[in-house]
Design a protein around this ligand. Structure first.
Ligand code: F6R
Length: 261
């Protein structure tokens, strides 16, 4: 996989937004898979700025959700559907018709998960999937020891992930749901291009395990090593524990520009 080390989160956001804009230039109705959390926000801001500057056309883009809390009504401000409407759809001028996601309030959760996997395939598959990474190496909400072949399904969040996410619920962990629907690792690996963005020192161990550790379910993001087109974009702090950081810098600095990421 390719590792691109950028100075800071804003530079990472600009780089990934540019990759999305270039993809949409080649394929205007591309299906972009998007994550929630803090890390991707600079990407969404940069893409909206590129649209405003006339450098990106997202008018035919389609957006697919990576994961969703189970039991939060869609209109709850912290349901991931609401978050993505606020952070992605509205700034890009897209409506809900451009959006697809799993139903976190379905009575039959398993059936909703299977229906979402089918819907993704019927939509032609995800062209570019943006991922964040948990401090424990999770992608989507595939917590450690998730099957590397898993499909979209219900998962139980670890206590650490609920603590990490309490900041979105007024710091009150009791409000953070225990369960989520997440695209499985096998589902995620079907996207044509995976872009994992990691920023901040808190992600440094997880990034090192993802890139330089073995492919192992204990670090779900290490499954990206199996993908033919996976890009890790890490800021200096998140890349600080990579043994091969200088090699990655050298390789990217000498990459043919036309190749993009
Ligand atoms: C959320 C998701 C998670 C987050 C991860 C990092 O949709 O897929 O894997 O990307 O928990 O969260 P932040 O970016 O808030 O550190």
């Amino acid at each position: 996989m390719e590792v691109v080390i950028v100075p800071d989160a804003e530079a990472g956001g600009e780089l990934v937004a540019t990759a999305m804009a270039q993809l949409l230039g080649r394929k205007p109705a591309a299906l972009l898979g998007v994550a929630t959390g803090s890390t991707p926000l600079p990407v969404y801001r940069a893409l909206a700025a590129q649209v405003a500057a006339g450098r990106a056309d997202v008018s035919r883009a389609r957006i697919a959700q990576l994961d969703e809390y189970v039991g939060l009504p869609p209109e709850h401000p912290e349901s991931y559907r609401s978050v993505l409407a606020r952070e992605v759809l509205e700034p890009l001028g897209l409506g809900l018709e451009a959006f697809m996601g799993p139903d976190g309030t379905a009575t039959d959760v398993q059936a909703a998960c299977e229906a979402y996997d089918r819907a993704l395939a019927a939509a032609g598959g995800v062209d570019l999937q943006l991922l964040g990474i948990g401090t424990d190496g999770h992608i989507g909400f595939n917590e450690p020891c998730s099957s590397l072949a898993s499909r979209t399904r219900i998962k139980t969040l670890t206590e650490q992930t609920r603590i990490d996410n309490a900041r979105f619920f007024d710091g009150d962990i009791s409000q953070v749901p225990h369960h989520v629907i997440t695209q499985g690792i096998g589902t995620i690996l079907e996207a044509r291009h995976l872009v994992l963005l990691a920023t901040g020192e808190g992600k440094a161990d997880a990034v090192a395990a993802t890139v330089e550790g073995p492919v192992a379910a204990i670090c779900p993001a290490s499954a990206l090593q199996l993908h033919p087109h996976a890009t890790i974009v890490a800021d200096e702090a998140a890349a600080s524990k990579l043994k091969l950081a200088d090699y990655f810098r050298h390789t990217y600095a000498n990459k043919p520009e036309w190749q993009g990421i």
